[in-house]
Design a protein around this ligand. Structure first.
Ligand code: ADE
Length: 259
């Protein structure tokens, strides 16, 4: 941004074009949240936390949050523009990614998670819907709505809404959890990139719940043994048994495609 302590309001943005070149001098994305809808599904506290966390992060694979402002009805987040848009749409279009493509994304994801964990931030909501792609096709983590800063982390039971697909056993069971929840999610993400569906998906949430806590994991025959090996090491029921991020970076399925 370059202009410290400047405040903005909606007039500074060419919103008619949705994504405009305004006072920032470069293209940004505006995320508009309606205050009356905010209370219903996430609450003000969670949005404050999201802004507080995301605005302090600087990593090539984490979407920048430059500024925010609000008026009577809305909260506006001024975000980095990710030119290739939503990753899940790319996945939908092609069905599943090649080993090479998936490995490159997982490498980028892992470096971003290492950075977050060094800052004591756990993301807790890694899934294709929360990932964007930059102009060069680089992955960008974009949603910090469920993230927590660990020293103050409220690691007890939190209300679970939406899909269970990416939740680790300890969160499904409402137990205490730590940064290793992101390792589990990384395993689920790797699987979904390669298969096109998350590993524990089922027709109803009760069945998904059962499959997660039982780590009921099966692989289509086209999955390479190296990919299988990495996924199995991440999808461990015991959080302490999951492969640490620095070792993910050294795994053959990662090093093979990320020279
Ligand atoms: N879609 C949702 N958020 C976006 C962003 N920041 N950039 C581009 N497309 C988006």
């Amino acid at each position: 941004m370059g202009e410290e302590n400047k405040t903005f309001n909606i007039e500074d943005f060419d919103v008619a074009k949705a994504l405009g070149k305004g006072k920032f001098g470069f293209v940004v994305a505006l995320k508009v949240l309606f205050k009356n809808e905010l209370q219903e599904y996430r609450g003000e506290g969670q949005l404050r936390r999201e802004i507080e966390i995301q605005s302090h992060l600087r990593h090539p694979n984490i979407l920048r949050l430059y500024q925010f402002f609000h008026d009577k009805k809305r909260v506006y987040l001024v975000l980095e523009y990710a030119a290739q848009g939503e990753l899940y749409r790319h996945l939908q279009k092609v069905g599943r990614f090649s080993d090479r493509k998936a490995s490159i994304y997982i490498y980028q994801m892992t470096t971003a998670l290492l950075y977050l964990h060094q800052k004591h931030v756990i993301h807790r909501d890694i899934k294709p819907e929360n990932l964007l792609l930059g102009a060069k096709g680089e992955l960008k983590i974009s949603d910090f709505g469920w993230s927590v800063h660990t020293p103050n982390a409220n690691t007890r039971r939190t209300t679970l809404c939406g899909t269970l697909d990416y939740l680790p056993p300890e969160m499904v069971e409402g137990k205490n959890h730590d940064a290793s929840v992101d390792l589990w999610c990384l395993g689920v993400l790797t699987y979904e990139f390669l298969v096109g569906q998350p590993p524990f998906e089922d027709t109803e949430s009760k069945a998904t719940h059962k499959r997660i806590v039982g780590v009921d994991l099966t692989f289509p025959e086209y999955i390479s043994s190296e990919a299988k090996n990495l996924i199995k090491q991440l999808l461990q029921r015991n959080p302490e048994d999951r492969l640490p991020l620095n070792e993910v970076l050294l795994h053959p399925w990662i090093t093979k495609y990320n020279k």
